[in-house]
Structure formats: structure tokens, C-alpha cells
Design a protein around this ligand. Structure first.
Ligand code: CA
Ligand code: CA
Length: 392
């Protein structure tokens, strides 16, 4: 009984994990990658170089914004390099299948590697695509998101071969520029609870851009706008988070959280988690009770666990629906540690690692959301009781 229960929970976690990076597919570019800035017209046409291809099916066809034209070759590895009009930070690419992938299954890339460079010679791998990233369907866009904050002016796509057979083809390879996601409000932070050691941590926002019920006002920015009446509202229980990419590793010296008005009970289970890869998250603070009042909840450095230095921080809740009005994190960079004397490290406890939910995944249907939320609720309760057992 217990085993099958946990296998359901594991299946849900696996489902979330598998969905990271690939967010479905669509026959429309804007639908597949909503809100993205496409760099199609920033490719320098005369810079495109590619492995030999079938007549009129050269690599240049990857950058013409036309799914009807394709790069199709039987020479491997297939390598395409190109230059942009300037350096861009790219944090997603969209690949489109071609006109007859359904008729000729196996023509998608076996795997693929996307790299960036600023001299056209020394390339850094940005993303490695897996086998079966694309389906055997025609004219379909597939979005791949990743974590990159380095601007590159030159790019390279390498494909070792087709999934099967001897011919590989794709019709479009579209770079998406990382858009500015910094904290926009001059009113942030607004608690007035600055600690004696450490400053407010700023950075790019991470997590869900849009809140529950497709509400654009309840996205991640609402927890970092200095306004206690606006709030972040996740898509469901444990489904989505809001946080900060601090740009470098920080030690926290204080956490300040303001609950949403009328939902003090939802403070129970509030977690501040840290990560250095946005995949494995370590819990630094866990609220084991609801908020006593609609006011700033101030967590001192002594109550922050596993405080070893993280670049990414998020507010997350797996116990209650995790609305939150404001989140403020204070600390100092690990690189400048001399500025402050960190407390003696407590004996290390087992670190809970939680897979990241897919912030970019499209909203599921109401029924599906309900079903996943129900299972996640059961999973969260199981998770908490499991944690309590372990700590006794
Ligand atoms: Ca094309
Ligand atoms: Ca707010």
C-alpha cells in the first residue's frame, strides 16, 4: 500500500522532471514560444556555413522564417555555424520539423548540440539536445529552454546523425533572446527590515511569469514589487514558484516574507530554497505554522538552514497553495565573504532535494490541473510526514 502510494508520488515527480526543457509543440511559432523575442532577422546571412546538403536544401534555410524550406542532408556530422549582428544572451531555441517528417520517420536529429562563441573559434556548449526531442510530425515547432546568461555573437549547431536511416532534416532553428527579467519596482524592498549584515539581494526573476487562472498580475514579479497588496499565485499546489537569479552565490543573512491578505494559513509550508543549477533545490527555511498576522515575517540568519551559498533562490510551497505578497532576501556574496563573519556551521543534516516544476510548461486543462493537484497534495502530505519521521 505504502509502496504503491510512493510510486504514484514518484511518477508525478518524474512527470515534472521530464517536462523540464521541452514544452510541448505547436504548428505556430508564437503559440509554441509565447512572449519570446525571436532573433531570426539578427542572423548575418552571409555568415552561415553548413555541411553539404541536398540541392536547395542547404543550412541557410534554417534561418529564413519559413517551415517550407529545410536543411536536409546525409552527410554527418552535420555542422552549421553562423554569426549574429551582435552578441545576444540566448536562453531558448525553437526547432521546427520539415515538410515530410511524418512520411519519413527517423529524419529528426539523433541528438544535437548548441554552442556559442565570441570569436568564431572557441565554442562553449550551451545546450545538448537528446534523442527523441522532436516527433515525426510535419511543420511543428518545438521549444527548448535552458539556463544561460552569457552573450555570444557566434553560434554552432552540431548533429551527429538522424534518429534512424541516412537522412536528417529540420526546417527552422530559431534563437530566443533572454529578455530582461529584473526587479522593476523602485519600491522594492519595502519592509524596512534590513539586517545589520547583508544587503537586499537583487537579480533576474525566475519562476512562473503568469499566475493561477492565467492571471498576468499574479506572476513572479508580484512578489518582488514592494506592494503587500499584490501577490504571486502559483498554478496549483507545489506547481510553480517565484524567485531570483542573484547572478552569483550568496549567503543569506535574513529572509523577509509578507503573506497574502486573507490567506495567513497559506504561509504554512512556505519554503525558501537555494540552488546552483535550478534543478536541485535545497531547503533553507520551512514555515511549520501559519502566519500569526498579516505582517512581515522576519527570519533571522540563525534560523536559516543549509546556508552554504546559492545563486538561485525561490519561494515555494508544497504543503499549501503558495500565495505570497512579498519576498525579500538579504545576504552577502560568497566571493566577498570577508565582509561578514558567517555563523559557525551547524552539523550537516540530510539535504532534501526537490525537482523543479516546469515554469514554462503550458497550462493544463482544468481537469488535469485538479488531478495533478490532488495527487501532489497527497504527495506533499506524505513528503512532510516522511520528513518528520526522518528527523526524529
Ligand atoms: Ca526554413
Ligand atoms: Ca507584492
Amino acid at each position: 500500500m505504502k509502496k504503491s502510494f510512493f510510486s504514484i508520488v514518484l511518477s508525478v515527480i518524474l512527470l515534472f522532471t521530464l517536462s523540464i526543457g521541452v514544452a510541448g509543440a505547436s504548428d505556430d511559432l508564437a503559440t509554441e514560444a509565447p512572449g519570446r523575442t525571436f532573433l531570426i532577422d539578427k542572423v548575418k546571412a552571409d555568415s552561415i556555413e553548413g555541411t553539404g546538403a541536398f540541392a536547395n536544401e542547404e543550412a541557410v534555410n534554417l534561418f529564413d522564417d519559413d517551415p517550407a524550406t529545410k536543411f536536409c542532408t546525409n552527410i554527418f556530422p552535420a555542422v552549421v555555424t553562423w554569426q549574429m549582428d551582435k552578441a545576444y544572451v540566448v536562453d531558448a531555441v525553437v526547432i521546427c520539423t520539415a515538410n515530410d517528417n511524418a512520411s519519413y520517420p527517423g529524419r529528426n536529429p539523433e541528438t544535437w548540440t548548441f554552442s556559442g562563441s565570441n570569436d568564431g573559434t572557441n565554442y562553449t556548449v550551451i545546450y545538448e539536445g537528446k534523442a527523441s526531442d522532436l516527433d515525426d510530425v510535419d511543420f511543428t515547432y518545438f521549444l527548448f529552454t535552458f539556463n544561460n546568461s552569457t552573450a555570444y555573437s557566434h553560434y554552432k549547431l552540431e548533429i551527429p546523425g538522424p534518429e534512424s536511416g541516412t537522412v536528417m532534416q529540420i526546417s527552422e532553428f530559431i534563437l530566443c533572446e533572454k529578455t530582461s527579467a529584473g526587479i522593476a519596482s523602485e519600491d522594492y524592498p519595502s519592509s524596512g527590515q534590513k539586517p545589520s549584515n547583508g544587503d537586499i539581494i537583487l537579480g533576474d526573476l525566475i519562476g512562473n511569469e503568469i499566475g493561477w487562472g492565467d492571471n498576468p498580475d499574479a506572476g513572479r514579479h508580484a512578489a518582488f514589487d514592494g506592494d503587500v497588496t499584490t501577490f504571486f499565485d502559483p498554478l496549483g499546489l507545489g506547481d510553480g514558484y517565484c524567485g531570483i537569479d542573484a547572478g552569483q552565490e550568496y549567503i543569506l543573512t535574513q529572509i523577509v516574507i509578507h503573506p497574502r491578505d486573507g490567506f495567513l494559513d497559506r504561509y504554512y509550508g512556505a519554503e525558501i530554497q537555494g540552488s546552483n543549477d535550478m534543478e536541485n533545490w535545497t531547503t533553507l527555511y520551512f514555515a511549520d505554522d501559519q502566519a500569526a498576522d498579516w505582517d512581515w515575517q522576519v527570519i533571522a540568519e540563525a534560523d536559516i538552514q543549509n546556508n552554504t551559498g546559492y545563486r538561485y533562490f525561490r519561494y515555494y510551497n508544497e504543503v499549501m497553495h503558495g500565495d505570497v505578497a512579498e519576498v525579500e532576501l538579504y545576504g552577502y556574496p560568497v566571493a566577498g565573504e570577508a565582509a561578514s563573519a558567517p555563523a559557525e556551521e551547524a552539523p550537516s543534516e540530510p539535504v532534501e532535494e526537490v525537482p523543479a516544476p516546469d515554469a514554462a510548461s503550458p497550462a493544463t486543462s482544468d481537469m488535469m490541473t485538479l488531478a495533478v493537484a490532488s495527487i501532489a497534495l497527497a504527495g506533499a502530505l506524505g513528503f512532510v510526514s516522511y520528513k518528520k519521521r526522518r528527523s526524529i
